[in-house]
Write a protein that binds this ligand. Structure first.
Ligand code: BGC
Length: 694
């Protein structure tokens, strides 16, 4: 019993105990989604400083989703898996695939999209890539973990249809198609029970309905009740505290078994799932030769860069000023031009091999003949960190990070003076130069675990800065980076706007490649950019306090499903992203053959340079028995075309593309009637459509 108990709870912060007597090894886990986290002490939240643990900093999941290219997801997964293996890990705590229900969620940068179809299509190759290296993916956080506020106690109340249409598909795909060897339970409660102990979620859905036989691991500190956890389908309890023997599934559970309150068979079941995971990873004696892995190589850097290049989104190019020639003096404005981000964000932080900044990337691209004058433009107030323990040690207490806003509130007068001075210097620089590029946006003081945003407004008075710079230099290129949409009140004035997500060690080079035209942009927004914070579906973030119930009243109307169905104007819609060439979609053909619908069309590159376009297929249902979104993404294809080239794109749709979840039937059904199939380059820009009667 002692040996079994050792296997089902954390015996270190990131490992379980092994059973040497039987050759069963410890199970070693590590964060996270953007690269293998630094080596941490076994029983203290401190880095192991003499360790060679610098790794490839990969594009965030948001960036990977913005490529709309499953091949790039697969390659990033391969890097992550190889590096995890190279660092001696068995389980990599990735990918994070929660639906971006509101752009206010602090952890959005770790997640992919507001659309469950896009999430599924990008998650599957990512996990397949990881697991090629004999490392288990641990897809997280199962499920409906849509906010950081009160994350351990918020009780999300979600109806079945919403669950099945919005919040489960990504995990379903991870389990059924990618065969993720492990899955992480979420912190929050779902319909009254903590996810890590949830009978309905882990029992009825995951094990019974989906037949999952992988290992279920708790989020760190996500287990609260020994009996409930023991009886649930959770296999391993992990936490953030050092009292490993006192974890619910440690001594307390052993005692419950000894007292006859819990049958030892329940423990055996958990051990079996863990052994199966180890068997799959070839960790057990005589189960085959396991892959070795390696954790920094040129190939890994190249893969990270390629994905980053495809993740950059050209939002606007009204005057065709992009791509730029960097032959003259160029003014560079904004703290994000010189910032690095890999070392922040929470459990996703990375000790990166290196990270190129935009200014450095510009210098590399321009060469010695180009002069870059730089002004930071806005002030990032110093934080009074003053803590030598890791935020994670106290992460169960709802006090996680010092907000940047706190810093802003202090020393106000001095700060005001500085803000004005920085802005004036930047405006002067922009006025003196023909070319100005602003690098603005967010950082991990805002895109961070444990804390949500309160607004979509850019922090540090950046909007005023951008506005003022555009006044003196209307041709300024505005480059914004972040993990989730921001307001852009100056958008009418700005002619050229580029967006990118945290995009790894070569992310800034990728952006500069797009700015200079070395790379033709092909990124597409995996989420909608609303105009104003007030336009968000009135999403209430859970208040502090254990009893708080948070009803998901928006139902399936998340992201573009909400904006399109309610005619809310946005800055940029889901799927948007421009190229330096032009594409046309022509000649849509739709026909039904047996049980599937085939859709075909021609994609033509009518411009002067080669490029990639993502043809997106949306389905609009007829009026039926339930309220459904105006259109939903059901397939997409990213296609590369030389100038003048033409290719046929083909899609095959089955029932599921037309269906909604019917609670009475506990399954997906479709109404009979006329469905519109639209092919477009964004959720709003449908270029060709056809009707099919089902
Ligand atoms: C996060 C997980 C992470 C774990 C281990 C938790 O705070 O929610 O995503 O994998 O810590 O660091």
């Amino acid at each position: 019993l002692d040996e079994k108990i050792g296997m089902i709870h954390g015996a270190g912060l990131f490992r379980t105990a092994g059973v040497p007597r039987l050759g069963i090894p410890e199970l070693h886990m590590s964060d996270g989604p953007m690269g293998v986290r630094q080596e941490l002490c076994d029983n203290e939240w401190k880095g192991v400083y003499d360790r060679e643990d610098l790794v490839t900093y990969l594009p965030s999941n948001s960036a990977i989703a913005a490529t709309w290219n499953p091949k790039r997801a697969k390659e990033c997964g391969e890097v992550l898996g190889e590096e995890a293996r190279g660092r001696g890990k068995d389980v990599i705590l990735a990918p994070g695939i929660n639906i971006k229900r509101t752009p206010l969620c602090g952890r959005n940068f770790e997640y992919m999209s507001e659309d469950p179809y896009l999430v599924s299509e990008m998650t599957v190759p990512l996990i397949e890539g990881i697991q090629k290296a004999d490392v288990a993916a641990c897809v997280k956080h199962f499920a409906v973990n849509g906010q950081e506020t009160n994350r351990l106690w918020v009780d999300t109340i979600v109806d079945k249809r919403t669950l099945y249409e919005m919040y489960l598909p990504g995990f379903d795909a991870a389990v059924h198609r990618a065969h993720s060897y492990s899955i992480m339970g979420a912190y929050n409660l779902l319909n009254g029970q903590h996810c890590c102990e949830n009978k309905y979620l882990l029992g009825d859905i995951l094990r019974k309905e989906w037949g999952y036989d992988g290992a279920v691991i708790s989020d760190w500190g996500g287990v609260h009740d020994t009996m409930a956890a023991a009886r649930s389908e959770l296999d391993i309890e992990m936490s953030v505290t050092y009292n490993f023997d006192e974890y619910c599934m440690a001594e307390p559970l052993k005692k419950a078994v000894q007292d006859g309150k819990i049958s030892e068979e329940l423990i055996d079941k958990k051990v079996k799932n863990i052994l199966r995971l180890m068997y799959r990873l070839k960790m057990l004696p005589d189960t085959g030769k396991r892959r070795m892995g390696c954790y920094h190589s040129l190939e890994h850097i190249r893969a990270a860069k390629k994905a980053a290049q495809e993740s950059v989104v050209l939002l606007k190019n009204d005057k065709d000023l992009l791509p730029l020639k960097l032959s003259k003096r160029t003014a560079v404005i904004g703290q994000n031009a010189v910032a690095i981000h890999s070392n922040g964000g929470g459990s996703a932080e990375i000790k990166a091999l290196y990270e190129v900044t935009p200014l450095r990337a510009l210098m590399n691209a321009g060469g010695g003949d180009t002069e870059f004058a730089f002004e930071p433009g806005y002030v990032i107030p110093q934080k009074n960190e003053g803590q030598d323990t890791s935020w994670q040690e106290t992460s169960l207490e709802n006090l996680v990070n010092k907000s940047a806003a706190e810093g802003e509130a202090s020393q106000e007068a001095e700060l005001d003076r500085q803000i004005k001075e920085y802005r004036e210097r930047a405006v002067k620089l922009a006025a003196e130069n023909e070319r100005t590029i602003i690098f603005a946006g967010l950082n991990h003081d805002f895109d961070v675990e444990g804390m949500d945003k309160t607004t979509l407004k850019l922090p540090y008075h950046q909007d005023e800065l951008i506005d003022a710079v555009l006044d003196v230099n209307p041709d300024t290129v505005v480059v914004i980076m972040g993990g989730a949409p921001v307001e852009m009140p100056w958008l009418k004035k700005a002619k050229e706007v580029v967006w990118y997500y945290y995009a790894g060690l070569e992310g800034a080079s990728a952006v500069v490649d797009v700015l200079t035209g070395k790379v033709n942009p092909s990124g597409k927004l995996p989420e909608t950019f609303p105009k104003h914070t007030e336009d968000l579906y009135p999403v209430k973030l859970g208040e502090f306090g254990r009893e708080d119930k948070l009803e998901y009243r928006d139902g399936v109307f998340v992201g573009y499903r909400y904006y399109l169905s309610n005619n809310v104007e946005t800055n940029f819609c889901f799927g948007h992203g421009l190229s330096y060439t032009k594409f046309e979609i022509k000649n849509i053909r739709v026909h039904k053959k047996h049980d599937v619908v085939k859709v075909e069309a021609e994609l033509v590159n009518t411009g002067k340079r080669s490029g990639m376009e993502t043809v997106q297929l949306y389905v609009t249902p007829p009026e039926g028995k339930v309220e459904r979104p105006v259109r939903e993404l059901k397939d997409f294809r990213k296609v590369k075309l030389a100038a003048g080239e033409k290719k046929t794109v083909e899609f095959t749709l089955d029932d599921r593309a037309f269906s909604y979840y019917n609670e009475d039937k506990s399954g997906f059904v479709y109404d009979h009637g006329k469905y519109v199939i639209g092919l477009g380059v964004s959720a709003e820009d449908i270029r060709q459509s056809a009707v099919i009667v089902l």
